[in-house]
Design a protein around this ligand. Structure first.
Ligand code: C5P
Length: 401
């Protein structure tokens, strides 16, 4: 299952993680998360609220973590009764998954009426929560107010995801899948293969104005670039995403700069240099209208001729700089992929180029990729774009390190 999720390389070796489980149906997924954490090398202590125990028995987590599960502030058997203090002193991360709406409300208020909330208040380690609740509970003004407070308090949020819910409704509020939570942790703990490295990424299409209401653009959705930004952040990189117009939300921990035209994208990229790597995923328009009209062009029976001029090649320019980062290009071709991709790689002098067939990729959630580097070709069979992005980032990390 892990390989299908692209997380087989995640390592949390030696990390001490407290897994808090609160009361929601997603608690059953926390059991799988516990297993994945242990498999990745983490030492896991599980703390369950009373409500969580209505969904899953503590024995399940005891078996998976190999340690007794903590359920009460008032456990006379546990040493000096200061478990709520000791536990977090020793931990690298307190991860609460699922985090119910009620738990988030208590956390936002700083309440401490059971072991888990007391632990949160007394903690010295980082706190990450993976919310899970019905979509209306998630959208409720009170929940959103609490989340704002939690963000301001430095609590890291993972998810939620959108989709079908246990209650039968569809919307935002599902807990992230255990594999996706796992993938995000090394970066948050500064333990990923790109820890501390600045990575600059372009994504999406560009929009070249013809007049104030019309323009030239292309069918890039931005999904691949955003997935790569997420994967790089998961790997611990400090990610800056320069994005053309898309409908996508910036991945957690990624700094996004919005641009419209190729000229704006170029300016933003040059401003963000230097960086360790530059991954140019954007489908930059090759041409722009020479002199965009300041007024709306009137329709005419005679037709319309636009004079186009070539846009600057951002990637080629960055790759040619004396302080060039490690440059990764993308080539979307409609035919003879290997031939065109390799020619592009040599022309732009790139150490790594990712090729794909445009008709198989544009706007879709999955892609088939071929990586071209000095050692030859490396094929990534069709898979979800996030899985491909993680594989690409793992490959990049190997080349960088
Ligand atoms: O459009 P082309 O096939 O040449 O794109 C190859 C690579 O160059 C892509 O990574 C793309 O993001 C980048 N590029 C660029 N600026 C351009 C054109 C392409 O950065 N004007």
């Amino acid at each position: 299952m892990e390989s299908a999720q692209g997380i087989e390389t995640v390592s949390l070796m030696g990390k001490k993680i407290i897994l808090g489980v609160t009361g929601g149906i997603a608690a059953y997924k926390a059991a799988e998360l516990c297993r994945l954490l242990v498999k990745a090398g983490a030492e896991v202590r599980v703390v369950m609220t009373a409500a969580a125990q209505q969904f899953v028995a503590p024995l399940t987590f005891q078996a998976l973590s190999g340690k007794p599960v903590l359920t009460s502030l008032w456990d006379a058997a546990s040493g000096d009764g200061m478990e709520h203090i000791h536990l977090s002193r020793d931990a690298d991360l307190l991860l609460v998954a699922p985090a119910s709406g009620d738990f988030l409300a208590k956390l936002a208020q700083g309440r401490a009426d059971d072991l888990l909330t007391t632990l949160c208040l007394a903690r010295t380690c980082k706190l990450t929560v993976a919310p899970a609740m019905n979509r209306e509970m998630w959208a409720a003004a009170a929940t959103q107010r609490n989340l704002e407070q939690l963000r301001a308090d430095g609590v890291q949020l993972l998810g939620p995801a959108a989709g079908e819910q246990a209650c039968g409704e569809v919307g935002l509020g599902r807990m992230l899948e255990p594999a996706d939570i796992l993938a995000a942790l090394p970066g948050m703990l500064g333990a990923g293969p790109l820890a501390g490295k600045r990575i600059l990424i372009t994504a999406g299409p560009t929009f070249e104005a013809i007049d104030p209401v019309r323009g030239l653009t292309n069918r890039s959705s931005g999904k691949m670039g955003y997935a790569i930004a997420q994967a790089a952040a998961e790997a611990g990189a400090e990610v800056c995403l320069v994005s053309g117009p898309t409908c996508l939300a910036a991945p957690t921990g990624v700094r996004r700069i919005d641009v419209q035209s190729a000229a704006e994208m170029r300016e933003a990229v040059l401003k963000e240099l230097p960086s360790k790597a530059f991954i140019a995923v954007a489908a930059v328009a090759d041409y722009r209208v020479d002199a965009a009209s300041p007024q709306k062009i009137k329709k005419s029976e005679a037709g319309l001729t636009l004079d186009l001029v070539a846009n600057p090649d951002i990637l080629a320019e960055v790759a040619a700089r004396p302080d060039a980062p490690f440059c990764v290009g993308f080539a979307a071709e409609t035919e003879r992929l290997a031939e065109h991709a390799e020619a592009k790689r040599l022309k732009k002098k790139l150490p790594l180029l990712v090729g794909n067939l445009a008709q198989d990729t544009l706007g879709q959630d999955s892609a088939e990729l071929v990586l071209f580097d000095d050692r030859g070709q490396h094929r990534l069979p069709r898979a979800d774009k996030l899985i491909q992005a993680r594989a690409l980032v793992a490959h990049l990390a190997k080349l960088l390190n």
